[in-house]
Design a protein around this ligand. Structure first.
Ligand code: NAD
Ligand code: 6OD
Length: 484
């Protein structure tokens, strides 16, 4: 049986306890994973601190940038192993992992390697009473040891989205990947070794949240900042854990995202875009649209086109090229999603398609598949319209005016993403600017430029990462004022 170990100070190390890593497509055990105890988390933080004070801390921006490019190369060289590991761990279709997750991991390193070399910092000439003036400029300094905690839905993509800028800024890191998907963070350690990253710069501790590696890391007094992607409730727990030591936090949390579809949209493009927005990665993307509002004139035709599209998705073995829908991540998560499927009916929804579990007649019946599902007819106050489900499911409702659509879309405690579908770009701009969201797409969804701010408002998070926003989070600015 494969053993996935912690990676501390350049060495793969075992531990006292192990837990099983399951393949969500058939429920079989893929590997045993070593759970880091508090001593090992302490060792990892100590190693990261030593590396920060050592060779890594002495590198200038040019050297760090070159090293990050070498990590990207090492990922690209092993792309096949990364894809296989990510597909086994998550159950996502191989077509998706090889198009999105793994290339994006390499891109994260390349983008921040380049950006850190190019980024300038503001300076000001300041007037003084003696007329001689002063000059203000800032220097960027790393924070130190950064704790990084990530979820299971896009494991390597989301981990490297934080590791790359943290390292680019000169920090060292201790990462705690999701217990559901430990493999690619561990493979990344091999890529780091191959790229020649000094030992201790990148450390991996495996385990769970409360009373396990996650909590030990967030509470550690020698961790200088914590960056987290995951559920809003977990964000709240981490916020409480870091409060006594007043660390900077960056939180990318849940969403209950809306799509607004106007009657003048490009119908075919919109159906394709909405289908991705609802069902990509089996709906397990924080940016997915679980609430779709359609202008009444095209409501019925659009609902039936989306029904057809959902029914054309091909659930199947994740490693098969023509599979377009994988399982959910775990039995526990499938139970949660199915409980919302039942709740929707109890709350008075009309089922358009799906609502259950597909049957394969083979080992996949032991996996965690559910059908892509569409509902209509729920009240806006229904729990299924208010709470994040995080599965391949959406509720579709009609609207009659632009104002009504904006008000419906904004009626949420989350504020992560929105999408607007219209051929009238003036309207696109106007509506986009009124969205209470960190990211609004017009006529597209999940189209990413890594230089742009990424994050959410309300329950969806604190802060922005991406481009210089990441550089600002992962560094301290020391402003220097010189009297001339
Ligand atoms: P989760 O919050 O359950 O777990 C995320 C990570 O936190 C895991 O590594 C877990 O072990 C760890 N953790 C859990 N409790 C902890 C604690 N008390 N202290 C420290 N660490 C702890 O989230 P998940 O189920 O893995 O992921 C799905 C959620 O993530 C969804 O809500 C989704 O919307 C959100 N998400 C948000 C974004 C974003 O960019 N905003 C991206 C992806 C996923
Ligand atoms: O694309 C990204 O950078 C990003 N953070 C995506 C998050 C997706 C959420 O599941």
């Amino acid at each position: 049986m494969k053993l996935i170990q912690n990676y501390i100070d350049g060495a793969f190390v075992g531990g006292a306890r192990e837990f099983a890593d399951l393949n969500p497509a058939d429920g079989t055990v893929i590997a045993q994973v070593t759970e880091a105890d508090e001593t090992q988390v302490n060792d990892a933080v100590r190693a990261a601190r030593r590396a920060f004070r050592g060779e890594w801390g002495s590198f200038g921006v040019r050297e760090r940038s070159a090293q990050l490019h070498r990590v990207a190369e090492a990922i690209e060289k092993r792309a096949e192993s990364f894809v296989k590991a990510e597909v086994e761990d998550t159950g996502k279709p191989v077509s998706l992992a090889s198009r999105l997750d793994i290339p994006r991991a390499a891109a994260n390193f390349r983008v921040f390697a380049d950006l850190v070399k190019m980024a300038g910092i503001e300076s000001f000439q300041t007037e003084t009473p003696d007329g001689k003036g002063a000059l203000n400029y800032a220097v960027r300094k790393p924070l130190g040891v950064v704790g990084i905690i990530t979820p299971w839905n896009l494991p390597l993509l989301l981990l490297t989205w934080k590791v790359a800028p943290a390292m680019a800024c000169g920090n060292t890191v201790v990462v705690k990947p999701s217990e559901e998907t430990p493999a690619t963070a561990t493979l990344l350690a091999e890529a780091m070794q191959e790229a020649g990253i000094p030992y201790g710069v990148y450390n991996v501790v495996h385990g769970f949240g409360p009373a396990s590696a996650g909590e030990f890391l967030t509470k550690h007094p020698d961790v200088n900042a914590v960056t987290f992607t995951g559920e809003s409730r977990t964000g709240a727990a981490i916020m409480a854990a870091v409060a006594p030591s007043v660390k900077p936090v960056s939180f990318e949390l849940g969403g209950k995202n809306a799509a607004i579809v106007f009657a003048d949209c490009d119908f075919e493009e919109t159906v394709k875009g909405l289908s991705d927005a609802a069902f990509l990665n089996t709906g397990q993307v924080c940016l997915c649209a679980e609430r779709i509002y359609i202008e009444r004139a095209i409501f019925a035709t659009m609902v039936s086109a989306l029904k057809k599209k959902a029914e054309s998705l091909r659930p199947g073995w994740p490693m098969e090229e023509n599979t377009s829908l994988g399982p959910l991540i775990s039995a526990q998560h499938r139970d949660k999603v199915l409980s919302y499927y039942r709740l929707a009916l109890e709350e008075g929804a009309a089922l358009v398609t799906g609502g259950g579990v597909p049957s394969f007649g083979d080992a996949r019946d032991n996996g965690f598949f559910v059908q892509p599902t569409i509902y209509t007819g729920l009240a806006e106050t229904a729990r299924c319209v208010k709470e994040e489900i995080f599965g391949p499911v959406c509720h579709i409702a009609p609207f009659d005016s632009e104002e009504e659509a904006i008000s419906l879309a904004n009626d949420t405690r989350y504020g992560l993403a929105a999408s607007i579908w219209t051929s009238n770009l003036k309207r696109g701009h106007r509506v986009a600017q009124q969205m209470n969201a960190g990211i609004t797409w017009v006529n597209c969804w999940f189209l990413r430029d890594l230089r742009t701010p990424f994050g959410g408002a309300g329950l969806s998070g604190i802060g922005r990462e991406g481009g210089t926003h990441s550089l600002n989070f992962y560094s301290e600015l020391n402003n220097i004022c010189i009297k001339l």
